[in-house]
Design a protein around this ligand. Structure first.
Ligand code: EAX
Length: 331
């Protein structure tokens, strides 16, 4: 009998020792924030990143994902949180980033990108890596490019088939001066606003519309407060995984490599999810009552050409990259 109890105790001890790493508290715990609902592609990418890091570090690094602006009141606030230490990792668009490093405005010029093949030939090449590297001087480490997508206009007032149809609309924009200039040039009244405030502003009628990629429009249920969707695809909105530099520098070298590899893998996964959503959700928006038009984009492109001359100077020594991107789109 004694032998039996001893053997059971020995077996339990072996099991506990083997499961010890999984039960041990993680050496590092970080908070990742984003501004959209859990149904959005960002959340898929963020949780994939967290899972990959935890698996590759044998549980020694744990990342909690906080969706829907839980760590801040919109993307600019979340990015500021990286600098203030209230946010460890950010997943979100580059929209407000031009206010931290103005050369991020490079991607905000209207109708700059021909299609996603063109987009990723830029982001995954030297230009994209160079722009990410600029964040080091701003207390952040840009790890990888995710996808928000081509931005489209929604509004409550009227169908949009040509540039003349947008005149006089009050449209929410991101806190981004190139986007605001584009809409102002088209005769729109641009209203910069944090994403967390947009649904209520649309509901109350303080703005007529907004512009975002299809996955954001659908997962944020804008069909409940917007009637018209116009497939303008006027700007491609990149997204990113960015770590606070203080966090990244606190990691052992092997974990920094793991962060970089996991971010790249999660980003490629998120782009696939986002692309699939973009294709599927237009039909879902129609089924939820939205009227969808494909406007004459030439009228839009012609009307906002002046934005290039107005803002190219903001890019300083990197202004030549704008011409490079345009040339890559013609290859
Ligand atoms: O990143 O603020 C915006 O319009 C962004 O596209 C949205 O938060 C997703």
């Amino acid at each position: 009998m004694k032998n039996c109890i001893r053997n059971v105790a020995l077996l339990l001890l072996i099991v506990l020792l083997h499961s010890a790493p999984a039960l041990a508290a993680p050496k590092f715990s970080f908070r990742l924030g984003h501004a959209v609902p859990e149904e959005n592609a960002y959340h898929y990418g963020a949780t994939k990143f967290a899972e990959l890091v935890e698996a590759k570090t044998n549980g020694e690094v744990h990342i909690d994902v906080f969706p829907n602006n839980q760590l801040g009141t919109g993307e600019r606030d979340l990015i500021e949180g990286l600098q203030l230490g209230t946010v460890d990792i950010y997943v979100g668009s580059t929209g407000p980033m031009g206010g931290f490093e103005k050369r991020f405005l490079l991607f905000d010029f209207p109708f700059l990108f021909r299609d996603k093949k063109h987009v990723y030939s830029v982001l995954d090449g030297e230009i994209g890596q160079h722009i990410l590297s600029l964040l080091d001087a701003k207390g952040m480490r840009g790890l990888a490019w995710m996808e928000n997508g081509f931005r489209n206009l929604t509004n409550v007032k009227r169908a949009v088939n040509g540039v003349e149809d947008v005149k006089g609309l009050k449209i929410r924009t991101m806190e981004n001066k190139v986007h605001m200039a584009m809409w102002r040039t088209l005769g729109v009244d641009p209203t910069p606003m944090a994403w967390s405030e947009v649904f209520t502003a649309l509901q109350q009628g303080t703005i007529d519309g907004q512009e975002n990629p299809i996955p954001v429009i659908y997962t944020s249920k804008l069909y409940e407060v917007q009637k018209h969707l116009s497939l303008t695809r006027h700007v491609f909105s990149p997204a990113m995984i960015v770590v606070a530099k203080s966090v990244f520098d606190s990691l052992p070298e092997e974990y920094r490599t793991i962060f970089a590899e996991a971010a790249q893998e999660a980003a490629l996964y998120e782009r696939e999810v986002c692309d699939k959503m973009e294709n599927e959700f237009i039909e879902s928006l129609k089924q939820n009552g939205m009227e969808v038009t494909t406007p004459d984009l030439a009228s839009f492109q012609e009307a906002c050409k002046s934005v290039y001359e107005e803002f190219k100077g903001e890019l300083d020594e990197d202004a030549g990259l704008l011409d490079q991107i345009i040339a890559m789109g013609k290859e």
